[in-house]
Design a protein around this ligand. Structure first.
Ligand code: SF4
Ligand code: FES
Length: 203
């Protein structure tokens, strides 16, 4: 039985204690865009794309739906001028890193984001952390991790683990919103594979 009742986009939604706004919205068929969320993983709140507007006692505030817990009588708007503007900006920043990512392009169309607004810094990885967290939390293998910090942060397979675990798994591949993961994997594979034998010495 639902313990909590809130309003999302004008619709009364029942939710259980401990659910997030994102889970409550999805259970009611209301879509909120996400880039770093996965139902099998701990809430992360990294990409901020799932931002929504809350109304409470005459005030509005912006919160991250994938980590914000449901409360009785909350009034939630998943789209508003402010929400759309922030999502547009986030997408423009991410598109500077991964301009060809289909998932980002589709969202950019919906939010009117300009993929050329910011100077390109193509790193292809948008740091959603899905691959790293999935490998750690679900597979318990830690075959992939983040290296470096700030703008130089990137994902990297750990060769010693990847050489044993990844070839027959690859469950993280479909989670990646860009091509970064596959590219990193190909690179790791090339580095780990024994070199191709050269031509036999003559004579
Ligand atoms: S490689 Fe892909 S899944 Fe992994 S953190 Fe980067 S964008 Fe996310
Ligand atoms: S999906 Fe909520 S912050 Fe990324």
């Amino acid at each position: 039985m639902s313990e909590i009742v809130l309003q999302i986009d004008g619709k009364e939604v029942g939710a259980e204690e401990g659910m997030t706004l994102l889970e409550a919205a999805r259970s009611a068929g209301i879509a909120i865009p996400t880039l770093c969320h996965h139902e099998k993983l701990e809430p992360y709140g990294g990409c901020r794309l799932c931002i929504v507007e809350l109304e409470s006692r005459g005030w509005t505030k912006l919160v991250v739906a994938c980590i914000y817990p449901v409360e009785n009588n909350l009034i939630v708007r998943t789209r508003s001028g402010k929400v759309d503007q922030i999502r547009k900006m986030i997408l423009e920043l991410l598109l500077a890193h991964a301009p060809d990512a289909i998932a980002l392009q589709d969202l950019a169309k919906e939010y009117g984001a300009d993929k050329d607004r910011f100077e390109k810094e193509a790193s292809f990885c948008i740091h959603c952390g899905l691959c790293v967290r999935y490998c750690s939390e679900v597979k318990k293998k830690n075959a992939i991790g983040f290296v470096d910090r700030g703008t130089r942060r990137e994902i990297s397979f750990i060769p010693e683990i990847a050489s044993k675990e990844c070839w027959n798994c690859k469950e993280c591949f479909p989670l990646c919103p860009t091509e970064a993961l596959q590219a990193a994997f190909v690179l790791t594979k090339a580095l780990i594979s024994p070199p191709h034998p050269g031509p036999e010495p003559r004579g």
